[in-house]
Design a protein around this ligand. Structure first.
Ligand code: ADP
Ligand code: ZN
Ligand code: ZN
Length: 739
């Protein structure tokens, strides 16, 4: 009997589609890509299973048009993970699979193909030095790109970077300045590099952790929580475990929050394993680079894959170890679009399905993970001491009510900074706001720079003389007078730019660097900032959350948290956890070298229990108190949550849709389907963003299975609601932020 192909296609429809196999040739196996007729289009789909029967009458079944892969792009284990993710996040499988594929692979790019690459010739390099070709800017740019590259450049990469480059390439080739070649995969994304470093002797704590993990059966699932303070040597432990796994001929997958901010981690893996080809997958790659890295993972040539969120789907065979660094980081959760998955959670599921160990590392584990450890699902290993001869920092609260404050800086903070600068120390200043000032206000009539499209104030950018909205991107001239009454305007509060300016005035002659998303938008700038700080050329680094992440600046002796209070009174039940994590992470940046560090936290609420528990008992004490609060309030991890989020041009449409969804839920519960609790619908805290009105309905249950049974029955009915057509909506399972 000839089997039918059950195919997942990238559409929002919650179903798969059956097709007849090709008339000639082998029947494609599950995990392979095909082109299939779909409506009046041809789409790329992936075979999910082979079936003997279909609900579609035989005469109506269509035949596939083309088999793309001779070897499946997803092996059985990965396909199973994707199906699991589709079920768990209640998201259409076709879209889940599309998320797991690089764009070019989604469009059908061959995985086995030899790559077309280009390079400058010797004559081309000479011509480039002489400033040629002078009158053809496109050719000049291409030649410059080719000369600047250490190796050959992928045609895919050129297509992405320099649209229309082919004509220029032909012209350069005709003059003998550039040439094309075919290079086999493995590709440019795989780098094998320089000298190995000498191994440090492990501390007792490190040695114990490595021993515990290595003594467990490497062919059995085991989740390890490596809870180690910053600088305790977690990375060294990852490296030892990875070395074991690689030595056994298995492959290693390392997930990191944001690769731009953790070049040191990638660098340390690369330096430790100079002969091990690796691939890096992150959102900053061009489509061509991404495909190349993905191919390297898929064909097994990369033995080590490091990447951000979506790398959890990297198709590497023989995976023997998964590592999630900074497991608490919110960037592991996809918070936009339709498929809102947690890469950390899926990594654990992947390890479980494969029967291999996973290590979740953090100085500030999420409360969910700590709870899993308390329940015995994860084994917790603790590192309390810093690895190198560094002492943990001392934390101190500065009472803003009792201090003289100028532009957000208290007198004590300024004098302490002065001392540290005089002693040759480096200083880190954390503030939760980018831009010059949170907003601009009229001194007479009460106008406060509103965004036309959002329920928000516009942020002042003084250097650029702009007002910008952080929520919708609106951007306009900075007014000199109040646009309504013509009186004078003044900036209110401070952001990173202003703090940078104030510090420059306070400490003339001291070089200051700034790090925030405005800086990072230009990646060359990020590197320049990092180099200035790491080399000690910049003595003060001012920045947002980014300063708290992954970088080792050994000379920092003082960290100042300018305003802790925004996190203390927030409607989101996770705000306290985020604040505690930020403070501990910022503190972790201080005193990593031989000198001990000091952390000053400015607050108007020095008696707030969150701050006192953190200062008196550290992150553990805080986490214990916070988990108790969550238990009492019935929030995760003591309950399971999902959020149905909707937005529409009219607030009433969003609410009407959620009301209707709620009414359906009530009906289904009357039928006794599953016990869940519904909260809302309610407008989001910032209801209007980019001219759309946002609202949400929360679904909560103490039992995971009850929540999922409910969602599975409810969502198809919600989708069929007439009100659904007037809104954009998405389901967020295990939401990180409630707004
Ligand atoms: P974490 O990842 O926990 O923040 P790291 O692994 O980055 O810690 O270690 C912090 C610093 O200590 C790094 O500079 C690292 O090279 C160094 N280090 C780690 N383990 C050891 C060790 N056993 N002996 C000496 N130095 C170490
Ligand atoms: Zn005014
Ligand atoms: Zn706006």
């Amino acid at each position: 009997m000839i089997p039918l192909l059950r195919v997942a296609v990238d559409t929002p429809l919650r179903r798969t589609f059956d097709y007849l196999p090709p008339l000639e040739g082998a029947v494609p196996v599950p995990g392979s890509r095909l082109r299939v007729p779909f409506g009046n289009r041809l789409l790329v789909g992936v075979v999910v299973s082979l079936e003997n029967q279909s609900d579609v009458p035989e005469g109506k079944l269509k035949r596939i048009s083309e088999v793309i892969d001779t070897h499946p792009v997803f092996d059985d284990a990965l396909l199973k993970l994707l199906c699991w993710a589709g079920d768990y996040y209640h998201h259409p499988l076709g879209e889940v699979i599309a998320t797991a594929l690089p764009k070019l692979a989604r469009e059908g790019a061959s995985l086995a193909a030899r790559r077309e690459v280009w390079a400058a010739t010797a004559a081309g390099r000479e011509a480039h030095l002489a400033g040629e070709p002078q009158r053809a800017p496109k050719q000049r740019r291409l030649l410059h790109r080719l000369v600047a590259a250490a190796q050959t450049v992928d045609a895919d990469a050129l297509t992405a970077e320099l649209p229309g480059w082919r004509d220029a390439a032909r012209a350069l080739a005709a003059r003998g300045w550039a040439s094309a070649a075919e290079a086999p995969a493995p590709s440019a994304a795989i780098v094998s590099n320089a000298a190995a470093t000498a191994l440090p002797t492990l501390s007792d704590e490190q040695a114990q952790a490595v021993e515990r993990i290595s003594q467990a059966d490497p062919a059995t699932f085991h989740a390890w929580l490596l809870h180690g303070i910053t600088g305790s040597g977690k990375t060294e432990i990852y490296l030892r475990l990875a070395a074991d796994t690689l030595a056994r001929g298995r492959r290693v997958l390392v997930l990191v929050p944001e690769i731009g901010l953790t070049p040191q981690l990638v660098g340390r893996f690369a330096a430790r394993f100079p002969d091990v080809p690796y691939a890096v997958l992150h959102s900053g790659l061009t489509d061509g680079e991404r495909l190349a890295a993905w191919r390297a993972a898929h064909d097994g040539s990369a033995r080590l894959v490091l990447g951000t969120r979506s790398a959890v789907f990297a198709p590497l065979p023989d995976l023997g170890l998964l590592i999630v660094d900074e497991e608490h980081d919110p960037s592991f959760k996809q918070q936009e679009g339709g498929f809102r998955y947690s890469a950390r959670d899926l990594a654990v599921v992947r390890a479980q399905m494969l029967g291999v160990p996973i290590v979740l590392g953090s100085a500030t584990p999420s409360l969910e993970t700590l709870h899993n450890a308390a329940l015995g699902r994860y084994t917790r290993l603790t590192l309390l001491r810093r690895a190198a001869a560094a002492r943990p920092p001392v934390l101190r609260l500065l009472d803003l009510r009792a201090e003289r404050v100028h532009a957000g800086l208290s007198t004590t903070a300024v004098t302490t900074m002065q001392q540290h600068l005089a002693d040759g120390g480096q200083i880190l200043v954390y503030i939760n706001r980018r831009g010059y000032a949170p907003t601009l206000a009229c001194t007479a009539c009460g106008w406060i720079a509103p965004c036309q499209a959002c329920d928000a104030r516009m942020t002042v950018y003084r250097n650029a003389a702009r007002l910008r909205c952080h929520h919708c991107g609106a951007d306009r001239d900075l007014p000199r007078q109040c646009p309504t009454c013509g009186y004078a305007v003044k900036t209110v509060g401070q952001g990173t730019e202003r703090v940078e300016e104030t510090l420059g005035e306070t400490f003339p002659g001291i070089s200051i660097a700034r790090l925030d998303r405005d800086v990072v938008r230009r990646s060359d700038e990020l590197e320049a900032v990092m180099t200035r700080v790491a080399s000690g050329a910049a003595r003060i680094l001012v920045g947002t959350q980014m300063v708290a992440k992954g970088h080792d600046f050994p000379a920092v002796t003082l960290a100042v948290v300018l305003n802790a209070d925004q996190g203390l009174f927030n409607t989101d039940f996770r705000a306290a956890e985020r604040l505690a994590q930020t403070i501990v992470q910022v503190a972790g940046r201080a005193g990593r070298g031989e000198r001990g560090g000091l952390v000053l936290i400015q607050t108007e609420y020095p008696e707030h229990p969150l701050l006192t528990s953190l200062l008196d008992g550290g992150y553990d004490a805080f986490a214990k108190a916070a988990l108790e609060e969550r238990r009492a309030a019935g929030w995760p991890p003591f309950a399971r949550l999902a959020a149905l989020r909707a937005s529409a041009l009219q607030a009433a449409h969003a609410i009407a849709f959620l009301d209707a969804a709620r009414a359906l839920a009530a009906e289904s519960m009357r039928r006794g389907d599953a016990p869940v609790r519904l909260l809302g619908p309610a407008p989001a805290a910032m209801a209007r963003r980019a001219d759309r009105h946002h609202a949400q309905l929360l679904i909560e249950s103490t039992e995971r299975s009850a929540l999922h049974r409910f969602l599975a029955a409810w969502l198809p009915e919600v989708e069929a609601l007439p009100a659904a057509r007037r809104v954009r909506y998405a389901l967020d399972v295990d939401p990180l932020e409630l707004f």
